[in-house]
Ligand binder design. Structure first.
Ligand code: DOR
Ligand code: ZN
Ligand code: ZN
Length: 357
């Protein structure tokens, strides 16, 4: 039987949500015990997004609590996986320089920015003096800025949000700021378009992008082409065929500026299959298997490990993971549901299976 051994992954963008809590209003976010073990089984590290409910991760106190929850879940997995969370805080209008310093002292190496209008308050102006001070502080501390690269403006189609962000914020920001902040590393998260890829290529080695597995294999047709497919609905919305092929080519090109960030984003079934459904593709249970299939179909299996386990670590300045994972080539059908959550590609066939030692 054909097997594939790969260095343990770094998933440099994942949503773990919250623990079971006693607050019934937020039961829908209580998914960590259900979802995090999937990632922990094949990743040595993962960058944990700071947007659990009811409260985002906004200060060092939040980080400490969230990290210990994650470690508690990890310690309950048997056998205990070799996994460390890379903690983040959200950088928003209300973030102070002191918050950034305290978080960094605790070991937070990355700050996540949601432009205002995308998820909650976020950061309203990248170019204000206050924001400039925050970027300066992160530059001085050697931190990484992770950016959800979309702008939600009146009159802008959802398919153009990334492009509008690039034109109005990202490109002017990088053009003006790269001299002031030479150490600042910036990641355009879940890049989803040709424009995004081309923009990241244009700037220096401090500018990189994460690519998800679902953007490598979906277009807008998979979201609204045959009825609505709420489990494929995510932000940024999957785009045209040339965007998808460009992302494939880029992920498989061996360019170290592009690495894995799955953006696995679970939501309970009832919140996906409804009016105003939540956005997010839950890929964590199938990530190595799906990526192996996509890379193999393109004849680029030899490029997979750099994408999943090297380029991201190098950009973050971290040593490569020690352990390995093993996949075997054997068809299986993805379950219709894991707990309360419907996985990406539920009920469909994949060719590779993950062997848990
Ligand atoms: O589809 C998405 N879901 N994209 C994001 O950027 C956030 C995520 C979530 O938190 O559900
Ligand atoms: Zn995002
Ligand atoms: Zn995300």
């Amino acid at each position: 039987m054909k097997t594939l051994k790969l260095r343990r992954f770094d998933d440099l963008h994942v949503h773990f949500r919250g623990l079971k809590s006693k607050t019934p209003a937020y039961y829908e976010d209580n998914l960590m015990e259900q979802v995090a073990p999937f990632t922990m089984n094949y990743c040595g590290r993962a960058t944990i997004m700071p947007n659990p409910k009811p409260r985002h991760i906004l200060c060092v106190k939040d980080v400490k609590r969230y990290k210990s929850h994650i470690e508690m879940v990890r310690n309950s997995v048997s056998p205990q996986p070799s996994f460390d969370p890379i903690m983040t805080i959200e950088i928003s209008d209300s973030t102070t320089l002191k918050i950034i310093e305290e978080a960094h002292s605790f070991g937070v190496i990355a700050g996540k920015i949601y432009p205002t209008g995308i998820y909650g308050k976020g950061l309203s102006d990248f170019f204000s003096y206050k924001s400039w001070q925050k970027f300066g502080k992160m530059n001085d501390l050697g931190m990484i800025v992770l950016i959800h690269g979309e702008l939600d403006l009146p009159g802008v189609l959802v398919t153009n949000r990334e492009k509008i962000f690039l034109e109005n914020v990202f490109i002017p920001f990088l053009s003006r700021y790269s001299r002031s902040f030479p150490n600042l590393r910036i990641v355009l998260e879940h890049v989803s378009s040709v424009s995004g890829v081309e923009t990241v290529k244009c700037f220096g080695k401090n500018v990189a992008a994460t690519i998800t597995a679902h953007h490598l294999c979906t277009t807008l047709n998979n979201v609204v082409g045959k009825g609505t497919q709420p489990h494929n609905m995510c932000n940024p919305i999957p785009k045209d065929y040339h965007d998808m092929y460009c992302l494939q080519e880029t992920a498989m090109s061996g360019n170290p500026k592009f690495f894995l960030g799955s953006d696995s984003a679970p939501h309970i079934r009832k919140n996906k299959e409804c009016a105003h459904g939540a956005c997010g593709a839950f890929t964590a249970p199938i990530l190595p298997q799906l990526l192996a299939e996509i890379f193999e179909n393109a004849g680029k299996l030899d490029k997979l490990e750099d994408f999943t386990s090297r380029f991201g670590a190098e950009f973050y300045g971290l040593p490569l993971n020690e352990g390995k994972i093993k996949l075997v080539k054997k068809d299986w059908i993805i379950p219709e549901q894991y707990g309360d959550v419907v996985p990406f590609m539920a009920g469909q066939k994949l060719q590779w299976q993950l062997l848990l030692e």
